[in-house]
Ligand binder design. Structure first.
Ligand code: PEP
Length: 255
């Protein structure tokens, strides 16, 4: 089955609202009307509205980098799924390793967020990945299995097909160290197999599994050509229109 490739930019805590709108505008112009690859940009909360306006009518979709699982209430500093929907966001990154390690997000919390996103018709991009110590200890697949199973607890088969999983080895994020194509495909294939066990073949063949971790125009073509790598979650290289466009082109070339 052919899954549409997806390239998502995680801008993290970068760009003022003005700079974010300028980048979004450059991306829209550079992409034009290409349809082969689904493209999502995930700016900081402060830029969601401006970027949303800048990409209106284009092929680019809007995502957030995080959200709270409750719809509203006394949660100072948090943002809810209905708030994201009101700004026309369609995607939300959940369980990024920076959220897990720097902000103490547990598998249970990530699961609550996944369920809340789905309740609100937001497409979660659920991040899973092992640390360097876990890889060296030989527990990569165990870690990935636990994170994936826990994130998907209580998700129906109907909704599971719409989820995006991002495999992001923690040791490759922002470090310039990229997983080899063999290492990445091994984990992607493992996740696909796990999804088949959990949700059935029909669902697992529809779920997009992205690679994330120092993906750049130079290493993207080989990674994106792997059979279970359906796109990329891009940090550093998404902060410039030119490199982001190169990644979209790399994805389009293997469609
Ligand atoms: C990320 O943080 O999701 C990421 C993949 O970052 P980078 O591309 O900079 O490694």
């Amino acid at each position: 089955m052919t899954r549409k490739k997806l390239i998502a930019g995680n801008w993290k805590m970068n760009k003022t609202a003005t700079d974010a709108v300028a980048l979004a505008h450059d991306i829209v112009v550079a992409l034009g009307s290409q349809q082969e690859v689904e493209v999502v940009v995930c700016p900081p909360f402060t830029s969601l509205e401006g970027v949303g306006k800048a990409i209106e009518g284009s092929v680019v979709k809007l995502g957030a980098q995080n959200m709270h699982f409750e719809a509203s209430g006394a949660f100072t500093g948090e943002i809810s799924a209905p708030m994201l929907r009101a700004l026309f966001a369609t995607h939300v990154i959940l369980g990024h390793s920076e959220r897990r390690t720097l902000f103490g997000e547990s598998d249970e919390l990530v699961n609550k967020k996944v369920l809340a996103a789905l309740r609100n018709q937001l497409r979660p991009i659920v991040c899973v990945g092992e640390s360097l110590a876990e890889r060296e200890a030989g527990s990569t697949l165990k870690v990935i299995q636990t994170q994936t199973e826990r994130a998907l607890e209580g998700v129906s088969k109907e909704l599971a097909a719409g989820i995006v999983i991002a495999y992001e080895p923690v040791w490759a994020i922002g470090t310039g160290k990229v997983a080899t194509t063999e290492q990445a495909q091994e984990v992607h294939g493992f996740i696909r197999g796990l999804l088949t066990k959990l949700m059935g073949e029909g669902v697992s063949q529809r779920v997009r599994i992205l690679y994330g971790g120092s993906m750049k125009p130079a290493n993207a073509p080989e990674l994106l050509a792997q059979k279970d790598i359906d796109g990329g979650l891009i940090g550093g290289a998404s902060l410039e229109a030119r490199s982001f466009l190169e990644l979209v082109k790399a994805a389009a070339s293997v469609c």
